[in-house]
Design a protein. Structure first.
Length: 411
């Protein structure tokens, strides 16, 4: 998707924290395949895995050996006459399976990144949206008891125009994050190429500079909206200053006018936030001679991708083995759903929303059902049944009455 959007391999690698040579390799494989890039996007994951099988390129003992060598080498960097080539030759003699010099340097600079000088960033319009939760909270009050509940405040900014979206929510959990993110994209009227979250806990299951583990639901959300998630690039100092400045301005332009107001529901609070947000985005920016809204309309707006036709439904996941009767047990509702009988005994993954239950085997969807909340129920697609089970499924009072009528009215 990013390649079709016209991004360079270097830029894609930067967004996804993958070395550009890896990106080059994948693009080469895509170009060498018999399918167009548009056709590849339409393929199921199972089909893509057959076309482009994955393989591990780093062996842990080999990599750990290199990291230990770097620790010792780095302590000698200030000695006069230090060169990387000298140490690479030394490492080459010590290692049974040395990396190439290019890989040696790449791993070193990943482990000990260079300090970069500060410079003003010229952001691409519609390229990324920065998201964060404000450090300070607002609050809602229980009308009957007077109990005060602190609430989170979600803030997003398009860096080119500084066009900002703000929404209060009950928590930073994935449900609230995804709900607020969907509302933000709806507010912008389009989708940027990437979302930068600076390692929000609700967006990233395990934080890592080079190998992020993105929350699966947030990843599904991004796929639905056809954009990338870049949670582990982290904000550069310039990015962080931009986001922190946006949050500080939200404190000034939204928090402060609300300081003497009491809100009895999240809806009431957000209604007032939206009013203040209109004024905030319409303020004339110093040195720009235009408001955030005007800059958004002239820069970001036309570069955003269209919103999807359907809204995103939050997904959850379970694993289940197909039972001998050809059903999987769905533990959240304590009931059963049919799958094609040839998968009996297989381990499957269940993906479910409030309205649907889907069953996957090896990344391929093998069954889809409307969710049935009734405990103990069996939801069946007759196409899934073997011929024997189909015959059993027809056994009901009407079936036996019809059979009996063929032997006379008294039978």
């Amino acid at each position: 998707t990013l390649h079709l959007d016209g991004l360079s391999n270097r830029k894609i690698g930067s967004m996804l924290s993958i070395h550009r040579n890896t990106i080059n390799g994948y693009v080469h494989l895509f170009n060498a395949s018999k399918h167009s890039k548009e056709e590849l996007l339409d393929l199921e994951n199972s089909e893509l895995l057959k076309l482009f099988p994955s393989h591990t390129t780093i062996k842990n003992p080999r990599y750990n050996e290199l990291m230990l060598y770097f620790e010792d080498m780095n302590q000698q960097r200030d000695y006069p006459g230090f060169t990387f080539l000298f140490h690479y030759k030394e490492y080459q003699q010590q290692s049974k399976e040395p990396y190439s010099y290019t890989q040696f340097m790449e791993h070193y600079h990943r482990k000990f990144p260079k300090e970069k000088g500060s410079m003003k960033l010229d952001h691409e319009p519609g390229h990324e949206v920065y998201i964060d939760f404000a450090g300070k909270k607002l609050q809602i009050t229980n009308r009957e008891t007077g109990e005060i509940t602190p609430v989170e405040v979600f803030v997003t900014i398009l860096p080119k125009s500084q066009y900002t979206y703000v929404e209060a929510c009950l928590s930073q959990k994935r449900e609230d994050l995804i709900h607020c993110m969907a509302n933000a994209l709806s507010y912008y009227g389009g989708v940027p190429k990437g979302i930068v979250s600076d390692n929000l806990k609700s967006a990233v299951t395990r934080a890592s500079k080079y190998e992020p583990e993105i929350n699966r639901s947030f990843k599904d959300f991004a796929c639905h909206y056809n954009c990338a998630i870049n949670p582990t690039r982290g904000y550069s100092p310039q990015d962080k200053a931009l986001v922190e400045n946006a949050v500080n301005l939200v404190y000034q332009r939204i928090y402060y006018p609300l300081r003497h107001m009491t809100f009895f529901s999240l809806e009431d609070l957000n209604r007032e936030i939206r009013k203040l947000l209109v004024s905030y985005n319409d303020l004339l920016l110093q040195h720009r001679q235009a408001s955030r809204r005007e800059l958004f309309q002239s820069t970001d707006r036309e570069c955003l991708k269209p919103l999807p036709e359907t809204s995103y439904e939050l997904k959850d996941y379970r694993r289940a083995k197909v039972q001998k009767i050809g059903y999987v047990f769905f533990s959240p509702d304590k009931n059963y759903y049919s799958v094609p009988y040839r998968y009996i005994g297989r381990q499957t993954q269940i993906q479910y929303t409030k309205s649907t239950v889907e069953v996957f085997y090896n990344h391929e969807r093998i069954a889809s059902h409307k969710r049935n909340p009734a405990p103990g129920s069996y939801t069946t697609n007759e196409d899934h049944l073997s011929s024997t089970h189909k015959a059993y499924s027809q056994w009901n009072p009407d079936y036996f009455k019809e059979k009996a009528s063929k032997h006379g009215e008294h039978v």
